[in-house]
Write a new protein. Structure first.
Length: 74
């Protein structure tokens, strides 16, 4: 995964506050051999807010549930 936090295609909230969210995507990509796109990360941002895993400012409420979402037991 080679996505920089300052990429203008990322949601503004991710650009400003999303370092932990991007780190979780990085580790998931390595563990599950997935390749996330900017679209995937922006989509997951909205999905994880709706599921209650993160706040809109990218504050991670439950990283374990994000890992579990991808079948990683934590």
């Amino acid at each position: 995964m080679n996505i920089n936090q300052n990429d203008p295609k990322l949601k503004k909230e991710i650009q400003k506050f999303g370092c932990y969210l991007l780190c979780l995507h990085y580790y998931i990509s390595k563990i599950k051999t997935l390749e996330f796109t900017i679209f995937d990360i922006n989509d997951n941002y909205h999905k994880f807010i709706n599921l209650g895993y993160i706040k809109s400012n990218c504050f991670i409420l439950n990283p374990c549930k994000i890992f579990n979402h991808y079948g990683i037991k934590s």
